[in-house]
Design a protein around this ligand. Structure first.
Ligand code: ZN
Length: 212
């Protein structure tokens, strides 16, 4: 594998903007290859201190991620990407809410990311709490209800006998659809092929992303 003078790989360097805009298909392939490296323990990015460009040049991420704030989910680690590659929006349960959606619109329209990944993960406490709320009929106290209320519509009609992982996958897909349906900025870009919105599940044990 070729490396540039600052130690970043050629793939990471191009992802930082040197190669210009990338297609949604190329961006997705880059994420898939990065996750394969990460899951197999063969990550190329070991030093997160290097931007690969000067701060004055601005940022040119190739992908945006809406993922859970869970401390075990570290997007750059999941996809073996360098600082400057991924625009990350994190909240409990990777839900589509106003500030996050505005942030994703900024990433798509102003920064030019070509793919948005809504990434759930196994053992997601936010989804588990939402399942418990459905069972009990009671919302959690204070602001904990803010994300639970956004997850419940996604999983309230799950079939009998479903697993928590089924709910986690359904929530990720639902939030991805919500990103598109609520944002005319994003849906106009997906309709012209400039942008793709996809969803996946990150397995905390294996490190692998299953694409939905
Ligand atoms: Zn979570």
């Amino acid at each position: 594998m070729d490396t540039s003078s600052n130690g970043a790989t050629t793939e990471a360097a191009s992802a930082a903007g040197a190669a210009g805009p990338v297609s949604p298909a190329d961006a997705l392939m880059r994420l898939k290859r990065g996750n394969a490296r990460s899951a197999s323990g063969e990550r190329e990015i070991k030093n997160y201190s290097s931007l690969g460009s000067t701060p004055e040049d601005g940022q040119k991420p190739f992908a945006a991620v809406l993922t859970c704030a869970d401390s075990r989910v570290f997007p750059d680690h999941v996809f073996d990407t360098a600082p400057g590659n991924l625009f990350a929006v994190c909240n409990a349960g990777n839900v589509c809410e106003d500030v996050g959606l505005g942030s994703l619109e900024f990433a798509a329209a102003a920064l030019g990311v070509s793919v948005i990944v809504v990434l759930g993960h196994t053992h997601c406490g936010a989804v588990i709490a939402s399942e418990e709320s459905i069972k009990s009929g009671e919302l959690p106290p204070a602001h904990l209800n803010s994300f639970v209320e956004l997850i419940i519509p996604a999983i309230k009609d799950m079939p009998t006998g479903h697993s928590t992982n089924d709910s986690i996958a359904t929530n990720a897909t639902y939030q991805a659809h919500t990103v598109e349906s609520r944002s005319s900025t994003i849906s106009s870009m997906t309709s012209t092929g400039k942008l793709e919105v996809v969803s996946g599940i990150y397995d905390l044990a294996s490190g692998q992303v299953t694409w939905l």
